[in-house]
Design a protein around this ligand. Structure first.
Ligand code: NAD
Length: 464
């Protein structure tokens, strides 16, 4: 396929949701309003050079942690307010609740947040910063901390016009302005998290550098890093490869030999290298390491994206369908990770990010095999985290919901239309939305953010 054909294909996918465009302006907007039809917003997505937030950032909370977070936001050149000015449109509200010890303490700050909801600009952000509720906490402390979960997930369902609500969770002993927490806050505030809604990221250690990561190069966060992306010839994998390259990484694009032409085009476009490889072969990890060592002398970031579906009701499931899905979606990742973890080329703050699926969280009819493999990925991520911690590494998963790709374009129209609208943002995500979450986990600033499963699903009504 020629580059222009490839560009046209990408273009047609980007325009796939014509309905959203139709109801965004003029006659379509009036019609949708009169008929009470869904009116999904055109989401604010990250472009290099675009502002972090469009409008002032209101920081709520009385603690020292709230002051410290406000200072970080000032360091990021944001227009920070500590009190709402009536009628002024806000780009974001950050609610710092790092000292909660009883549910009664939620009332004042959350009502203050409520009072500012009507003043949110289009595509605004609400982000809470609070602590993880632990088994060893006193019951009233755990109750208060857990209460934040219900607030964020409900508010996310109330917000309109592309606005989202998400939360940063601080593990025990982590300060509100720890660089890992601030990296998560920055991700949620930015256009990088356009399709992430009603979700939490946990900062489990401080991360480096200290003091909010003000010295980070936020435009090229992956400069000097070497990444491998599996299943990179098309769809979400191609978007991941492009996004990591945009952020400064050298990318090794892996896919099966049958996808060789598309793979070579992609690698050319992003000035990376192509490696034709079936990831289910026993030596896949070694092949990737050899390629990385020869071309770049190192490997820093692994993105396990390649995945397949072979849907059948369990009553009709045959061995070929079950085994092929498990082989590609989980067994290959386990085997390759063993090779990466044993390699001296994968030692400098390494990152592993796996693509899971909301099917692995909520389950899906006809997908016992696929959901098993994706739930397995999440289990693998959690128990690989301690193995990587020694070398300053992290491992996380991203669970996409309905994403506009060739795969979902094949779903019959009516089913697709329903699947696409059944989330708080009333639209499907784009491959780039999944890629942005992966680029965040891959960044140096996200050191200290590990063992997370982040849903990129517009807050799908199924699952959590
Ligand atoms: P896709 O089918 O468009 O692309 C997958 C790519 O992986 C293809 O290029 C394919 O050749 C490659 N691949 C498959 N088997 C391979 C193997 N053995 N070795 C090397 N490469 C192999 O799919 P997509 O929609 O871009 O999905 C990418 C990932 O996202 C998958 O893990 C999928 O399960 C997950 N996902 C997608 C959606 C969605 O809505 N599209 C939702 C949730 C999760």
């Amino acid at each position: 396929m020629s580059t222009s054909q490839n560009g046209a294909r990408r273009g047609s996918r980007e325009q796939a949701d014509k309905y959203t465009e139709f109801v965004s302006r003029g006659f379509g907007k009036d019609l949708a309003k009169r008929l009470g039809l869904p009116q999904p917003a055109i989401l604010r997505r990250y472009e290099p050079g675009s502002p972090l937030v469009e409008g002032p950032v209101l920081v709520l909370g009385q603690s020292a942690g709230a002051d410290a977070v406000a200072t970080v936001l000032l360091d990021w050149n944001q227009d920070v307010r500590r009190h709402a000015t009536p009628k002024e449109k806000l780009g974001a509200v950050v609610v710092v609740l790092d000292e909660l010890s009883h549910p009664d303490q939620l009332s004042a700050p959350i009502r203050e947040l409520g009072a500012s909801v009507r003043d949110l600009a289009r595509n605004a952000r609400v982000v809470t910063v609070s602590r993880t509720g632990l088994v060893e906490d006193a019951p009233e402390v755990a109750a208060a901390r857990n209460g934040v979960d219900g607030i964020v997930r409900s508010l996310a369902k109330e917000l309109r016009a592309g606005a989202t609500a998400n939360g940063v969770l601080l593990a025990n002993g982590i300060q509100a302005n720890a660089s890992s927490a601030m990296a998560a806050l920055r991700f949620f505030l930015s256009g990088r998290s356009a399709f992430v809604d009603g979700q939490f990221l946990t900062a489990s250690s401080e991360g480096a550098p200290a003091g909010g990561g003000a010295a980070q190069d936020w435009a090229k966060p992956l400069e000097g890093r070497v990444a491998v992306v599996t299943g990179a010839a098309r769809g979400i994998g191609a978007a991941i490869a492009r996004t990591l390259a945009r952020d400064g990484a050298k990318v090794i694009a892996v896919d099966v030999p049958a996808a060789g032409d598309l793979l070579a085009q992609l690698a050319n476009e992003i000035h990376g290298t192509a490696l034709q490889l079936d990831i289910t072969v026993a030596e896949a990890g070694a092949r990737i390491l050899d390629h990385a060592a020869q071309r770049y002398g190192r490997l820093d970031i692994v993105v396990h994206n390649a995945g397949i579906t072979r849907d059948k009701l369990l009553a009709n499931m045959d061995a070929a369908r079950w085994d092929s899905v498990m082989a590609v979606n989980i067994a290959s990742q386990l085997r390759m990770n063993q090779a990466f973890l044993a390699s001296s080329h994968f030692r400098a703050n390494p990152r592993i990010i796996s693509v899971a699926s909301t099917s692995g969280i909520a389950g899906n009819r006809g997908q016992t095999n696929y959901a098993a493999s994706k739930a397995a990925v999440m289990g693998m991520v959690r128990s690989t985290a301690p193995l990587l911690a020694a070398s300053g590494g992290t491992v996380n998963a991203v669970a996409p919901g309905f994403i506009e790709t060739d795969m979902t374009a094949k779903i019959p129209f009516a089913t697709r239309e329903v699947a696409r609208r059944l989330n708080s943002l009333q639209q499907g995500g784009k491959p780039g939305d999944v890629a942005e979450a992966i680029a965040f986990f891959a960044s140096e600033a996200a050191a200290g953010v590990t063992a997370n499963v982040l849903r990129v699903c517009g807050q799908n009504l199924v699952g959590q």
